[in-house]
Design a protein around this ligand. Structure first.
Ligand code: GLA
Length: 381
């Protein structure tokens, strides 16, 4: 869906010129399920986005039309509550956060749509929350800083979508920078941009087309398992989260751990260390080493954290076998969605064709592939 289509649809419906805003989806090169453990992540915003056309309605009435769902919702600013239309909960959740901060929005009319595939682990929900937070902030002069908007978007997801997500997706959508990845410290929220120099390689996403239905419940369970681990560790060590834990400390307490909780914690502790290590590799242009770290992350996510699925494992195995992919792993929450692959540019078509064919044979599903470009975060158009 192009910006002009959204604008046209808005003018057809409301007869005035709207303000336009956009917010992108994201990839994450490495650092998975580390954000809610105070660890590090390495995301970037991508050239798939949600576009919002919006103007004040002049009363407390609000009308929002979702082009992709072909559905609309009407409400007033005085009655903000969760809706049975799940797509609406992302911006209703943002309005609820604004109200909690004691600031007020006025009634508005809106049309929105985008091209971030839904349920593919590319953070369409974070993009939706961020674009609305940014649009409301601009339109109603709320004077929130970007970081505050990110936190409100995350809270909207917790309270109106029921997923206890970390801060990575919303941060990436808002703070992305074209041609850069950034290492985010999810404890201090300090971040450093790195130019992404992939030379002969590029980022290709392979979408399993498996909707990650288990994702929200299992996601919250993983978070809980990490917290259980931290409770045991704090009895013996001066730590606040898995970020503070060394492998040796974890091993020393293995006997006290339920084996499942142990596996989860072991993955997280190793992954947090791996992100720091792999960022150094990226800076010294050791792409091969970086890619090997990605494969290791997948191994951990699949065997210890158990958030992969047969389809994702298959795609990573095929990538490895192809000889033209230096790094591959499942990306995001898991249980479906996409793998992220560093593919040799000259072999891109061959890789996509051959892996699509094997995937179709094995699962009778037509995989989708996206070659990704890195874009700027949330903005006014
Ligand atoms: C989802 C969550 C993020 C993060 C990833 C896993 O995308 O929204 O906060 O935890 O899963 O790394």
């Amino acid at each position: 869906m192009h910006v002009n289509d959204i604008k046209k649809k808005f003018i057809e419906n409301f007869n005035v010129n709207p303000s336009l805003f956009r917010s992108p989806g994201r990839v994450n090169l490495i650092g998975e399920h580390t954000d809610y453990n105070d660890g590090f992540v390495l995301p970037a915003a991508i050239d798939k986005e949600i576009v919002v056309a919006i103007s004040k309605s002049g009363s407390s009435k609000c009308k929002v039309f979702s082009v992709d769902m072909n559905e609309s919702i009407e409400f007033t600013t005085e009655e903000i509550q969760p809706s049975s239309k799940s797509w609406a909960n992302y911006f209703l959740g943002v309005i609820a956060q604004i109200n909690k901060k004691g600031r007020k929005i006025e009634g508005f009319n809106c049309v929105f749509g985008g091209n971030i595939p839904l349920g593919a682990g590319l953070s369409s929900s974070a993009a939706l929350e961020c674009v609305f937070a940014y649009a409301f902030n601009d339109l109603f002069k709320l004077q929130f800083e970007k970081e505050e908007m990110v936190k409100m978007a995350q809270k909207a997801e917790h309270e109106y979508a029921g997923v206890k997500c970390g801060i990575m997706d919303q941060f990436a959508s808002m703070f992305g920078k074209s041609d850069h990845v950034f290492r985010l410290d999810c404890r201090s929220l300090e971040y450093v941009y790195f130019p992404l120099k992939l030379t002969d390689y590029e980022i290709v996403l392979c979408n399993t087309k498996v909707a990650h239905s288990l994702a929200s419940s299992e996601y919250n369970t993983r978070r809980q398992e990490c917290e259980t681990g931290v409770e045991i560790l704090t009895k013996h060590y001066d730590i606040q989260s898995l970020r503070d834990v060394a492998n040796g400390q974890l091993e020393s307490l293995k006997k006290e751990f339920d084996p499942i909780v142990y596996k989860r914690c072991s993955y997280v502790v190793n992954e947090i260390a791996r992100v720091i290590d792999s960022c150094e590799k990226l800076q010294s242009n050791d792409l091969i080493g970086f890619g090997q770290d990605m494969y290791q992350t997948h191994e951990g996510l699949s065997k210890n954290y158990e958030v992969s699925c047969a389809e994702l494992d298959f795609l990573v195995d095929k990538a490895k076998e192809s000889g033209n992919v230096i790094g591959s792993r499942m990306m995001g929450g898991g249980f479906g969605g996409c793998t992220i692959n560093l593919v040799k540019k000259s072999e891109q078509d061959n890789f996509i064709n051959s892996v699509s064919e094997s995937y179709r044979k094995r699962f009778s599903i037509d995989m989708e592939a996206y070659v990704v470009n890195i874009q700027d975060g949330t903005s006014r158009i």
